[in-house]
Design a binder for this molecule. Sequence first.
Ligand code: ADP
Length: 530
Amino acid sequence: MQRFAIGGRLFPLVFLSVYVLVDWATFIHDPPAINITPWNPPAGLYLALLLARPRGAAALTFAALMLGDLLVRGSPAPLPVLAISNLLVVLSYGAGVWLLALRLRFSPTLGRMYDAVWLVIMVPVAAVAAALGFALPYMVAGLLPWPDLPAIAAQYWVGDVIAILTVTPFLLLHLHRTPGNGPRRSRIETALHALSVAAALAVTFNPLVPDPSKILYVLFLPIIWVAMRRGLAGTTTAVLAIQIGVIIGLSNTPGHWQDLTYYQTVMVALAGTGLLVGAVVSERWRLEISLGQRQAELSRVARLSLIGEMASNLAHELNQPLFTTVGYTRACRQLLVRGGEHAAVLDLMDRATAEAERAAEVLRSIRGFLRQDGQPAKVDLRAALDGILVFIRPDARRHGIALAVDLPADLPPLWIDAVQLDQVLLNLLRNSMDALTNREGRESGDRIAVTATLRERMVEVSVADTGPGVPDDKVGPLFDLFFTTKPSGMGLGLPICRSIVEAHGGRLWLAANGPGGACFSFTLPVVHHA
Ligand code: ADP
């Protein structure tokens, strides 16, 4: 279980002081009065404590309840009655929390949808036990009439449930910021969210509306909007704000205060709905994050396997410039020994340097593949293709396959992570090479053509070959993970290319196919010039 940054020697004192203060500020009856109220925020405080810091929390909660009764409510019953009834409350919620934490592996950071759902289930159930446990000692002692038990328990229940559903998740989420709380929202949007909450409250509670209880559904609208845009954390703030707004609104609407229990019942529905929608939205964000991580991991694995494949090409590609460099330097030496011409020596040295630089360039290109995924940036398609063709060319030459690149002269830069673009290009080109070299019976005039066209804000890049194409029955699963027709294939290339392209807002598809060859096309956004 994750820990909360609360504790220290002074913590019990701080908690008790805050508790009594909140109790005093929100308890709406004049003392001496029994602690039954349709809005009981202190319950939200101690439930957060029980969930976040179970050790010693039950004793502290009991002390807080007793202090509240003695200091805020003027000791409304004999001490044993107060003690037994408060003890039963602590036991009820304690049992609920015990069940959540130990039996259901609930995490108080509300990091998963599972946690929010179990909280929303546990609270109303434990509150039934707490409501009965609280009221019964007063009945037994003759301080409250037995026939009033259902009404009293219902009022207690609704007061606790709404307070816990509004205050507890708010505290839990704001004391411990769970990572992945979703995309950052602009200040303007945050202001609009706050405005929508205020507007819904103003529509519900204003002098033109004689009976606010009839239009309480208006309050659901901002909650659903906030839940969808801000997930669980934002929803808890909005729900708390609406709850406080309802209390203020009602206290300013003459003749409706006695209906508080009804209003609070609607608030329970609102808080429950908001929390569940918020939890679903937060869960989606978390899944997106973990899917992204998994995809990054997968593309790294695929990259590594490609590197293995490339090793022989690389050896060939490096061997040539190194061999030539050695030749040039030997020739240099001989010239110098023979006292040859200065200019001829310089020319040979320049050639040797150029060859060594070519070898270094090849090595630089491969290094890009070993890097972790980076950030999107401006990338020149032509330069990226030049880098990739270094790996393809030797093989193509060996098999007599022509490589044609036809890009518009004014192509704007693409917006993508350079390494990932390399990966897409390399995968498609390698697939075309495989298609051409693996088929039975070689044909003359084989070629692979890379073309690009600018379409509005996207560039469409196509890699077409004159291979046998994809058999009709293989077109369906082409982009499935691990689908391959090659003996040593991994079936990762196309799905990874597609996810890379889609992650950058583009598409990848089989654009043309037939016995004359296959053509894969993908789109990527371009960088706009202002
Ligand atoms: P792998 O290359 O490891 O098989 P891919 O996902 O890159 O994995 O490709 C999946 C399958 O798609 C290949 O096995 C092949 O059957 C088919 N394919 C891909 N590109 C072409 C192409 N240009 N021509 C014909 N078939 C292709």
